[in-house]
Design a protein around this ligand. Structure first.
Ligand code: ADP
Length: 656
């Protein structure tokens, strides 16, 4: 880059060269002024030929370098000047006294050609800045220019429709004068456009082109005051034209040849700068990303080392590469380094288990899944430790490639496993003792029934045969014994039913609960009538249940609702509400109600809130209900207020 800049500086025109060029220019112009005094035609020829050669030099330069420049505005202006030069050449040849064209054209032809060339020039200079940094096809551009020039020349030579500019004996036409002013305006516009887009071209080239345009404007103004073909303003106009073309020459030929990089490759430099900026940005991004990755790696490393769960990384299949202290502790090693390089086989209890583990689980790792198992690992001393293992292949892009490493997170779950085992043992013990208890209750109540029946039977016999031989007290004793015997029979019957709920329940079958409740209501017909009670029943669903037990359930609840009710018009409502997974049933009464502190107690067997004399019963009913509901996978509870009635709720799962 520096060398390149250096070579550019070497080609900078030195100030002596400028003075030399200026001197040559002044001498040339002075020479031309002198020539004009003697032979205006010669002066005109020289002046025009100079501008024509500059125009064509501009063209040849940009045409020959069109493949290496991406500045199409230069190619455009080069082509434009080629055709402007061509029209200017015709103008020179048509000039009065040259004798090239037939004399009938007069001074009108050169003036028309002049005006045409100036229009072409001013329009080209307006378009020039708009094409900065645009791309197009030079050959097409040339063809367009050639076509346009051909057409324009035809309007003068062939169709002869181009407005007259000079009429012999009258002088310049209105069209010619207005055109000169118009051309001045167009050139001023060109100047403004150039100024607005000056940042897109080299500063020196801009200055030269700007002054050139100003000179052209001056030339035009001079020609507006054109009185005769050989007049002073004509001389001045041509001087300005020479200077303006010379400046174009300096701008494009001189700058283009000696400082080619600034003019032609300015855009290249710009893009180079853009590239450098982008590169710097990219470098900065990479550095930032590297820092982020380093920070993440550091974070991971500290997390890895300080983690309260064991972690290890396996490489090349199943070989230990890295682990943390917690892992070493779990496996009974002093440090994680002690494990480095050992095969995973050492961590399995037997070789068979090692193989089996690989066969069962490794294909999931190969598929990129997170593997999660509970497994017994072998500690250093050979003892077993229950662990939870979570494994994941480390290669995010090629999960199947386990060579890149597998990360295992290992937690010691031996305490939990032990607790689980103890719970399991306790549960099965409990189940066994429960079974035994139920069996005992069943056998006991069953076997008690027989002697009880005998006792009650003999007591009744005693009463009927020997009642007359006993005094009143004796008769009372016998009567109370018989009653107690009966109560005991009911109690034993209830106990037997209770013990049969689990042991002798029937399989669940689809049952219509409306039918079950109807049967129950039939049983209570008489009682309902006696108590003048009203019973409402909502529509109930079909459910998979043990219908006999559900019958017992409703029977007990309805019995309580009527029994614990002193209302003159007892009302009992049986309702059902559909919840997400269950139906919630309710049996509501307007009876005596219960103090909330007894809500739990009443579901315990033999627990009653009233004496036998107040309300009959054994205190088994609600316990029975609870057992039935729980066997069906539901729950039961009561809501009540003393004196305000009660509602017993219970749920039954929709899926039996
Ligand atoms: P029992 O009715 O044989 O006494 P239960 O187990 O059916 O036994 O009821 C336990 C106790 O709960 C009853 O003694 C009674 O005090 C109370 N109870 C049950 N249902 C109702 C009710 N609907 N209204 C008021 N109290 C009730």
């Amino acid at each position: 880059m520096d060398n390149y800049q250096h070579s550019l500086n070497q080609h900078q025109p030195k100030s002596e060269a400028w003075i030399f060029s200026l001197a040559i220019g002044i001498i040339g112009l002075a020479g031309l002024a002198i020539v004009s005094r003697y032979n205006f035609l010669l002066f005109h020829g020289f002046a025009e030929l100079f501008s024509i050669s500059v125009a064509w030099a501009v063209f040849f330069l940009v045409w020959n370098t069109r493949h290496v420049t991406d500045a199409d505005s230069l190619v455009f202006i080069g082509i434009a000047y080629f055709f402007i030069g061509l029209v200017d050449l015709l103008h020179t040849l048509a000039y009065k006294g040259m004798g090239v064209f037939s004399s009938h054209w007069g001074a009108n032809l050169p003036t028309q050609l002049w005006i045409l060339a100036r229009y072409m020039e001013s329009v080209s200079l307006i378009l020039f800045p708009t094409l900065f940094q645009k791309k197009s096809r030079p050959a097409l551009m040339f063809a367009c220019w050639a076509g346009a020039t051909g057409l324009l020349l035809s309007t003068i030579f062939y169709w002869q429709v181009f407005p007259d500019c000079y009429i012999e004996g009258v002088g310049l036409t209105r069209f010619k004068i207005i055109s000169e002013y118009l051309i001045c305006i167009l050139l001023s516009m060109a100047f403004v456009f150039l100024y607005l887009r000056k940042d897109m071209i080299d500063a020196v080239v801009f200055k030269l082109l700007a002054v050139s345009i100003l000179m052209t404007i001056c030339a035009e103004l001079a020609f507006t005051f054109y009185v005769s073909v050989y007049g002073f303003s004509n001389l001045l106009g041509h001087f300005f034209k020479i200077i303006s073309f010379y400046l174009i020459y300096l701008a494009l030929v001189n700058s283009g040849l000696t400082r080619p990089y600034q003019t032609l490759f300015r855009s290249l430099k710009d893009s180079e700068k853009k590239y450098q900026n982008a590169y710097a940005q990219m470098e900065q991004n990479v550095r930032k990303r590297t820092r982020e990755i380093e920070a993440a790696a550091y974070e991971f490393e500290s997390l890895f080392n300080s983690s309260q769960v064991g972690m290890m990384v396996l490489k090349g299949g199943r070989v230990f590469a890295k682990g943390n202290q917690r892992l070493a502790d779990i496996l009974g090693y002093a440090t994680p380094e002690e494990l480095e390089g050992i095969s995973m086989q050492a961590l399995h209890l037997t070789e068979d288990k090692f193989k089996e583990f690989g066969e069962q689980h490794y294909n999931r790792l190969h598929q990129g899944e997170v593997l999660q198992v509970e497994y017994e690992l072998r500690r250093k001393d050979g003892s077993a430790v229950w662990c939870s293992l979570s494994g994941k292949a480390l290669d995010k892009y090629q999960p199947g490639d386990l060579d890149k490493g597998v990360l295992w997170i290992i937690d010691d779950i031996s305490n939990r496993k032990q607790a689980e085992q103890e719970l399991k043992d306790t549960l099965s013990k409990l189940e066994r003792s429960n079974d035994e208890l139920a069996q005992f209750a069943y056998v006991a109540s069953h076997d008690l029934q027989e002697p009880l029946r005998a006792i009650v039977g003999f007591l009744q016999l005693l009463e009927s045969r020997y009642a007359g031989q006993l005094d009143e007290k004796g008769q009372q004793y016998i009567l109370r014994s018989v009653n107690a015997g009966h109560r005991m029979q009911v109690l034993i019957q209830d106990l037997l039913t209770l013990s049969r709920i689990d042991t002798q329940g029937r399989p669940f079958e689809s049952s219509n609960l409306n039918d079950i409740v109807k049967e129950v209501l039939n049983q209570f017909d008489r009682q309902v009538q006696q108590k003048r009670a009203t019973i409402h029943v909502e529509r109930l669903p079909n459910l998979m249940v043990d219908s006999k037990q559900i019958h017992v359930l409703f029977q007990n609840l309805l019995s309580n609702a009527l029994k614990y009710n002193e209302h003159s018009a007892p009302i009992v409502s049986i309702g059902c509400k559909s919840l997400d997974n269950d139906y919630r049933f309710s049996v509501t009464d307007n009876g005596i109600g219960i103090d909330p502190k007894f809500f739990e107690r009443i579901f315990i067997v033999f627990q009653r809130l009233h004496g036998r004399k107040e309300y009959s019963g054994t205190g088994v009913g609600l316990t029975l209900c609870k057992k039935i509901v729980e066997r069906h996978g539901g729950t039961i509870w009561i809501d009540s207020k003393k004196g305000k009635g009660s509602t017993v709720f219970f749920t039954l799962p929709k899926k039996g």
